[in-house]
Every structure is written in C-alpha cells, then in structure tokens.
Design a protein around this ligand. Sequence first.
Ligand SMILES: O=c1ccn([C@@H]2O[C@H](COP(=O)(O)O)[C@@H](O)[C@H]2O)c(=O)[nH]1
Length: 236
Amino acid sequence: MTQVKPLIVALDFAAEAPALALVERLDPVRCRLKVGKELFTRLGPAFVERLQRLGFEIFLDLKFHDIPNTVAAACAAAADLGVWMVNVHVVGGRTMLEAARERLSRYERPPLLIGVTVLTSLDRADLAAIGCPGEPRERVLSLAHLAHEAGLDGVVCSPLETAQVRAAFGPAFRLITPGVRPEGSVSGDQKRVMTPAAALAAGADYLVIGRPITQAPDPLSVIEAIDRSCMNVLEN
Ligand SMILES: O=c1ccn([C@@H]2O[C@H](COP(=O)(O)O)[C@@H](O)[C@H]2O)c(=O)[nH]1
C-alpha cells in the first residue's frame, strides 16, 4: 500500500537553528519529519511540540529497547507528546512488544507503533560478527513476524526486504524504509540501500531520507527530484 505522502525527512542536525532553517522551507502537506536521537537529546520534547505546531506529523525515532515496563512507559510518554509514529527494537522481545502495544491501546488516538528489525547499516558480515549468521533478509522476516504477532502496526526494514515483508504480512502492515538513496548520492554508513522509486515499487509505505536532503546545497531541489522520480510509482 503506497502512501500519497511517503517522504519522511530525517532531521539529523546538531542544533536547533539549522534544523529550523530547513523546516521553514518544508511543507507539512508534502512530507513528514523524523526526530531521532541526536536532535531529541539536544532539544527534547519542546522541539517536537514546536514542529507539531507548525503542522508536521512527527516520527519519534528513539528506537526504545529496554525492559517491558520501561518501554511501555516511554511509549506512553511519546503518545502524550502527540507524535504520529514511535518505534521500538523488535529484538527487545515479545513481552516488551506486547507491553508497548497494550499501553498504547489505552489511547484514543495512539501513535503508530513500529518495530525496528535489522538496522540498514548492517550487512551479512556485521550480523555474523554479533552472533547472528545468515542473510539480513531472513532475520528481517522473522523479526517482522514477531512484530506482526505482537500487534505492532509495522516495521522498519531496508528497501531490499520490503517486497518479501509486504508479501508475507499484507497491505495494512506499515513498511518504513531508511537506507534510501536518490540516484547518484553517496551511501555513507548505509549498507542495504535502494533508490526512492525502487523502494516504493517494492512496497515501501514511507521513505526515511536524511543526509541526501539535509546536507544538500539545495534541499528543496532534492525533494522535488525525489517526488518526480516517484511520480510513476505513486500514480500506479
Ligand atoms: O535501520 C535504520 C533505522 C533508522 N535509521 C534512521 O534513518 C535515518 C537515515 O538517515 P540517512 O541520512 O538518510 O542515512 C537516520 O536518522 C537513522 O537514524 C536508519 O538509517 N536505519
């Protein structure tokens, strides 16, 4: 299920001023924003509230991973903040996932609860080095299965696994893909990547894109090029 507004801009900045300079040029009708560990640690919930007052839906990407009670309480804090989407690491385990799901079910309009499967910066060798042999795809699928069973709304995976996760869990399960690189942009620390159009064609609902936009001399022209490249997929 491809969304009409798939772009989520990852606001990875070291300070408020450059983040706001970009945000002021963005349109909440055309994209959502992701606040992650760097900006949230620097600026806290007040900054998220400020972005929401500007009309943006916020993906709070703090990837909670802790004991069930702590993660459930952190998810409640995110819901109280009014964010659109929040995430947890699926490797936190079934009890943790179910605790998060249960706590958010107490809200009339809870944020989407999303599970992180295998970070897009990891390849087969990285996984083997942490004691997880096998293809990233296999691990993504088994973690997505656990997230689905625990009642999560979807998962973060790389675009490379999207088609298989989509086929396994159907159109309602949200697939959020970082590891997205417009044609010609550098991968950096991302190891499992695809272009925006290819990610959408593979079944991604949302594309999380940071540095190719935030570090571009003209971020708006990058966004326009991404939109143009995705137009055919979105129309079909
Ligand atoms: O597996 C994951 C989960 C989260 N991320 C986050 O997405 C953005 C990607 O930024 P780029 O600059 O486009 O690489 C970043 O905030 C990560 O924390 C991810 O990359 N992979």
